[in-house]
Design a protein around this ligand. Structure first.
Ligand code: PHB
Length: 178
């Protein structure tokens, strides 16, 4: 699992993100998935009986570890990093890495640190004042396979976080089967 995590994390961290409109996508189904403004978890849940969240990592990172584009989307702040693997009916579908600035983890949002296996989108979109913007897309090559990734900013009570999602080969985005 450590190798899986490092491989997918470094692919996301070195991705060449482009605004969604400038990315050539193979199918409109893929573009609909990537354009999702609401919860990706809800969308994935429609394609399986059980959706599991496996927390792969939880740690803090200093501001100097963030890339320039991450800082321009979130501000100059140390972050809490949450990494998860989402599996639909026991198939690995999505690796996600979320940066949550420390100032986001205040008041009602303090609980985001303690979500565990509760999906982030389920928590954020169950409250008012949730929205998503700045959707960007990249393709990354992992073990010879070209995979789609997306990065977007989520707002909870007007406080930002940055969610990067990597769609693994068995994910429904490639198979158009739901
Ligand atoms: C998470 O729980 O951290 C999570 C879940 C689904 C996503 C992204 C992040 O699409």
């Amino acid at each position: 699992m450590l190798n899986f995590r490092l491989l997918h994390m470094s692919a996301l961290m070195s991705a060449n993100w482009k605004a969604l409109d400038r990315q050539q996508l193979e199918t409109t189904t893929q573009s609909e998935w990537l354009r999702e403004l609401h919860s990706m978890t809800d969308r994935l849940k429609c394609c399986c009986v059980t959706l599991d969240v496996n927390v792969l990592g939880l740690h803090q990172c200093e501001v100097n570890v963030l890339t320039e584009s991450e800082r321009s989307l979130l501000g100059n702040e140390a972050c809490f990093v949450r990494e998860v693997l989402l599996s639909g009916d026991n198939m690995p579908w999505l690796y996600a890495r979320t940066l949550v600035p420390m100032s986001t983890l205040t008041e009602q949002e303090e609980d985001i640190v303690y979500l565990g296996a509760v999906p982030l989108g389920q928590r954020v979109f169950s409250r008012t004042n949730a929205r998503r913007d700045e959707i960007e897309v990249a393709t990354v090559v992992i073990e010879g396979k070209t995979l789609l990734a997306r990065r977007s900013r989520l707002w909870a009570n007007n406080k930002p976080m940055l969610v990067s999602e990597l769609f693994l080969p068995q994910a429904p985005i490639y198979h158009g089967n739901c």
